[in-house]
Design a binder for this molecule. Structure first.
Ligand SMILES: [Mn+2]
Length: 336
């Protein structure tokens, strides 16, 4: 049985130690998230920033671009800086949280032109661009790694509010403890966070389960158009711009739709295609078991994890559907 590893056993003892000494020695920190931030990214960012402030440091948060509405109202988010307000070279340390590549953080800084970068992440595609890299691919969420880091600083660093932030990260990245990355470590860290004051049922409902009325209508349309291939082992979902418009829904309302595909008995591979422009389609991929969708995503310039990945293709929705359907069929054939 795998047990929670403590800080020293976390696979990158040196990185944790270096990060902690930077935290002790330096004064000003910029905590940066990735574009289209998810719950893990937002929760990890707010946890780090809130902790730094609690120990008397100067800490600002930065997210490139828009933030989904449900995350924008979390306490702490109102202080985040936008691209035109942020001056990365003014800080002693830049923390990147859940950020695999500099492109994902909007290229707001060049690692050679800033003092220190602490890169804390769990993406297999992480570019190790930091002066300190706390990167563990087998961690279910970045929030878990932040939990270790903050606990390593000393007792009492994780306030109930910080526990909420970190719990949000674990919940969203494990699909409320259902995805294949849900392991003993995730559950044990979650239990510790609940003991430290995280409001488990409220967070699961507010951020994971609850949807707006227009989102549910849109889900109905998407499910209506769901198609199966490969004897029911592949499910393809599609969303056109006009479907969004028809329901008065926003793109962020589609978060979690793809999980309805993986919930279907017999389905092993799911693609969710979203029309961005007439010749631009966003593809989200999910797989069960050993099917590696990150390899497919990387082939087209995307990335992700074995069982969850994404990419953008400069093709129409129909052309993309053809291409992805073919690739998924091949993936099944190879595995048989
Ligand atoms: Mn994450």
């Amino acid at each position: 049985m795998r047990v929670v590893r403590n800080l020293n056993e976390c696979g990158s003892e040196t990185a944790f130690r270096q990060a902690l000494s930077l935290i002790r020695e330096e004064e000003s920190f910029l905590v940066a998230a990735h574009v289209d931030p998810d719950g893990d990214c937002v929760g990890s960012m707010l946890a780090v920033a809130s902790f730094l402030k609690n120990i008397g440091k100067r800490a600002d948060c930065f997210i490139p671009g828009e933030v989904p509405e449900k995350y924008s109202e979390i306490p702490g988010m109102e202080e985040r800086l936008s691209e035109d307000q942020v001056a990365p070279e003014d800080y002693d340390v830049i923390f990147t949280v859940d950020v695999p590549t500099l492109e994902r953080v909007g290229n707001i800084f060049d690692p050679r032109e800033v003092k220190e970068v602490i890169n804390i992440d769990h993406h297999p595609t992480n570019g190790r661009f930091g002066s300190v890299n706390i990167v563990r691919e087998d961690a279910s969420s970045t929030a878990i790694l932040v939990y270790y880091l903050l606990s390593g600083y000393g007792d009492g660093t994780i306030t109930p509010r910080i526990a909420d932030y970190l719990y949000l990260g674990v919940v969203m990245d494990t699909g409320c403890f259902r995805f294949s990355n849900t392991d003993a470590e995730s559950l044990e860290v979650a239990a510790r966070l609940v003991r430290l004051g995280a409001r488990a049922p409220e967070i699961a409902r507010e951020f994971y389960h609850m949807k707006s009325a227009s989102a549910v209508k849109l889900l109905g349309l998407v499910l209506n158009r769901l198609k199966f291939h490969g004897e029911g082992r592949i499910a393809v979902m599609e969303l056109t711009s006009s479907m969004l418009y028809e329901c008065g829904a926003r793109v962020e309302d589609t978060e979690g739709f793809i999980d309805f595909g993986t919930a279907i008995e017999g389905v092993e591979l799911v693609a969710f295609l979203r029309e961005i422009e007439p010749e631009m389609t966003r593809v989200s991929l999910r797989s069960l078991d050993d099917h590696d969708v990150s390899a497919l995503a990387e082939k087209y310039g995307g990335g992700g994890h074995t069982n969850a990945a994404g990419l953008m293709i400069g093709l129409s929705l129909d052309k993309t559907e053809e291409l992805i359907r073919g690739s998924l069929r091949e993936m099944l054939e190879r595995s048989d």
